[in-house]
Design a protein around this ligand. Structure first.
Ligand code: SF4
Length: 362
């Protein structure tokens, strides 16, 4: 089976994958709600970190818990917990990002029985000189709480191994993204999204093996399709693979992205230093920023523009989950920047709860 087919198979059976992993390894699975959750520490504790995602189906179970103006992604994620679809999770964690997904976390804590629940206070002012010190303290408490829950000490060697595995994963995915720079990319935007979302759900060693297989397959892969317009996707949470596939069938290719199920999630490595928790904290403080975490957008815009240039994009789809105010604030600056560089943009608002999408799998 090709690596892409395997990623797709795992995505479509993501709950069964995690349950089988638990049965096979005897380990615990811990859900995470936002890409600022330190997966390295969860993995170092012998747990399977699993990103909690919605199912993209119409629902009304969250209406009594969350305002209707909470973003559809956050409501969809809570619906999965309330419906018991993540009943195999031993824990749930998140690092502070936006108030919408924090509502999901708070209601999960109150109404979805889960043995281990942990909230990490990610610093609001990530540009502050004290941000790393603050996050190191939070990560230390988080590590101790996980050790107490699992009954297993997380050693320096455990942290080193996990940091290496996740850095390798990031490096391999960046290598796959390099193939998208070619005139006729051997991988579509929808397939890349499947690869990245799978990385957020799978055993990282298994994902690395599939990435190595994919990197062997790509040089001779012929998609027998025209690339068409080279597009970039920029915006809030996006795992609507069906939408991206449909768009690409209409004569375009998403050659690069900047969102939390794409490059923004994995682009930056943990840079080794003696204090492992400080190394992890520095990675999350200095990583490709999400506007949900900080109002300091200056470095983000430069990075987005550089991506657009490096992947030679001809247009940008700027999108947001409906009611996502962190990204909504971001959109005027993005559109103005692209306009200055003669790159056309189209803005779209998404409501993943209004129709069935890629993930109606229970
Ligand atoms: S950043 Fe936007 S899309 Fe993400 S959880 Fe918050 S409101 Fe929803």
């Amino acid at each position: 089976m090709s690596a892409i087919d395997k990623f797709r198979e795992i995505l479509n059976g993501r709950h069964n994958y995690a349950k089988a992993w638990k049965e096979r390894t005897g380990g615990k699975a811990v859900g995470w709600l936002c890409s600022y959750s330190p997966v390295e520490i969860m993995h170092a504790a012998g747990m399977l970190p699993v990103r909690v995602l919605g199912s993209h189906e119409v629902q009304d179970v969250t209406d009594r818990y969350l305002f209707p103006t909470v973003c559809p992604f956050s409501r969809d994620a809570l619906a999965q917990g309330l419906k018991g679809r993540y009943d195999y999770l031993d824990g749930l964690t998140m690092a502070r990002t936006c108030s919408h997904v924090q509502g999901t976390f708070d209601n999960w804590r109150n109404y979805v029985p889960t043995p281990f629940i942990y909230f990490i206070w990610f610093p609001c002012h990530r540009a502050s000189a004290r941000a790393t010190e603050c996050l190191v303290g939070e990560l230390k408490d988080f590590k101790e709480a996980i050790e107490k829950f699992t009954g297993r000490e997380i050693t320096v060697a455990d942290l080193d191994r996990s940091i290496d595995l996740f850095n390798k994963n990031r490096s391999l995915m960046r290598q796959v993204y390099e193939f998208r720079k070619s005139e006729n990319p051997p991988i579509t935007g929808a397939e890349c999204m499947e690869m990245v979302v799978a990385s957020q759900l799978m055993d990282i060693e298994e994902h690395n093996e599939l990435l190595e297989q994919l990197l062997e397959e790509l040089p001779s892969r012929d998609l027998d399709r025209k690339t068409g317009l080279r597009l970039m996707m920029v915006g809030s949470e996006m795992d609507d693979i069906v939408f991206v596939r449909m768009m690409e069938e209409l004569g375009c290719t998403v050659v690069i992205d900047e969102h939390c199920t794409g490059s923004r999630y994995f682009w930056d490595d943990v840079i080794p230093q003696d204090d492992r928790l400080a190394a992890i904290a520095n990675r999350y403080i200095n990583r490709w920023p999400c506007p949900a975490v900080s109002s300091d957008f200056s470095d983000r815009l430069d990075r987005v523009l550089q991506h657009a240039k490096d992947w030679d994009v001809q247009g940008v789809l700027v999108y947001q989950q409906k009611f996502c105010d962190p990204h909504e604030f971001d959109i005027p600056s993005l559109q103005e920047m692209f306009k200055e560089h003669d790159i056309p943009t189209l803005m779209l608002e998404f409501d993943v709860l209004s129709r069935s999408g890629s993930f109606v799998h229970v």
